[in-house]
Design a binder for this molecule. Structure first.
Ligand SMILES: [Zn+2]
Length: 384
């Protein structure tokens, strides 16, 4: 009885096992048949991911910046062609150098409000919109717009300018048309490295920011800067900040600039591109409390303007190479090989144009090679 019961139990169990295994096999087949087509790519991705983890990731990009694009009336008059404006010839001789870095920033000092708003020069600028087209075609990838001339033609001028940059698909940072765009980080990607661009100015030449619209222009404010830097650090590998600061026509940074630079670096900024003094101020390394090495270019001077003499017609492009290494230990970002390319704004032969300083002799600069050595020493002396 006991034996029979066992036999019966065994048979039932065998049946259950048979159906269970049949059911499992059927389900495996069904799952396989209904598996999405993406199975292969995801397997590949997993393999690729493992390969990257095993070997480590090591990528580079070069970031650069030029100084103020400050369009006086004599500059835009010179760009006039029939019923429009063409600024391309002004960048033609420097274009091949500007196209070398992976991401190039320019400081668009004057708004691109265009002829409809009425063009204007110092002290309240409004420039032809075609400046933007020439910048893009000459290698500029992003413009900083937080500067003392941002509100020269009021809120309308600022918004018209931004709308035009958007139409051109030229990324911009520092001035905004809404709280939402203000709160959205400007992050560009290059060779697998994410770079957050931030931009602030000391003021707007006494023109008040319309009430309740603080989002229009980023004013230097340590609390706000700290908050944005922290947000940027979470989303990007590198944080670059344009700062509109310093004293006009001073060839060396003052105490305030140095203090602010060290504050920003300690908050997490990796590169500071300074603008406003209209003349070049040196490049320097700043060591952060956490051990990072950050680069500051205190002032990039004028890149294209109607100003001349006393170093106001000398500017240039500062570049630095970024390396991102990812290994099992984590991510390391390092800055290497900072370089400077000095330029000169010539208006010889009735043509405004930016030329390499080294070769500026035939374009109206006396002792060009001596000047070149002097400027190179001025800019890079502190890096050694
Ligand atoms: Zn300025």
């Amino acid at each position: 009885m006991k034996h029979n019961k066992l036999l019966l139990g065994g048979m039932i169990l065998a049946h259950i096992l048979f159906f269970l295994s049949f059911f499992l096999l059927f389900n495996m087949y069904k799952n396989k048949a209904s598996e999405p087509l993406s199975e292969k790519p995801s397997q590949l991705q997993a393999e690729k991911h493992l390969a990257i983890r095993a070997k480590g990731l090591n990528v580079q990009t070069t970031l650069a910046a030029i100084g103020d694009i400050l369009i006086h009336d004599r500059v835009y008059e010179n760009a006039k062609i029939k019923s429009s404006y063409d600024f391309h010839p002004m960048f033609q001789m420097i274009q091949s150098s500007l196209k070398k870095p992976d991401i190039l920033l320019a400081n668009q000092e004057t708004i691109l409000g265009g002829v409809k708003l009425g063009l204007s020069s110092y002290p309240c600028f409004n420039s032809p919109q075609q400046v933007g087209n020439a910048l893009i075609d000459s290698g500029v990838d992003i413009v900083s717009t937080a500067n003392n001339h941002a509100l020269d033609r009021g809120e309308k001028g600022l918004i018209t300018s931004i709308n035009y940059l958007n139409k051109l698909n030229l990324p911009h940072v520092g001035t905004y048309t809404s709280q939402k765009s203000h709160d959205t980080l400007q992050i560009l990607s290059s060779n697998g490295i994410k770079i957050a661009y931030l931009s602030y100015t000391y003021g707007t030449n006494g023109i008040p920011i319309p009430k309740g619209k603080d989002f229009l222009v980023n004013l230097i404010d340590k609390t706000k800067m700290k908050e944005e830097i922290q947000r940027a650090k979470k989303k990007a590998d590198v944080v670059v900040m344009s700062v509109h600061w310093g004293i006009e026509y001073q060839r060396f940074p003052n105490k305030e600039q140095k203090q602010l630079a060290s504050f920003l670096v300690n908050q997490g900024v990796d590169i500071i591109f300074g603008h406003h003094p209209h003349v070049l101020q040196p490049m320097a390394w700043i060591k952060a409390k956490d051990g990072r090495k950050a680069l500051v270019v205190y002032s990039l001077g004028n890149f294209l303007s109607g100003q001349d003499r006393d170093y106001k017609d000398i500017g240039g492009m500062a570049s630095v190479q970024i390396t991102k290494k990812v290994s099992q230990e984590g991510k390391i970002i390092s800055l290497n090989s900072p370089t400077f390319l000095p330029t000169y704004v010539s208006h010889s032969h009735d043509q405004y144009r930016v030329v390499p300083l080294k070769n500026a002799g035939p374009y109206g600069l006396m002792n060009a090679s001596e000047k070149y050595n002097e400027i190179m020493n001025h800019m890079t002396h502190h890096l050694k």
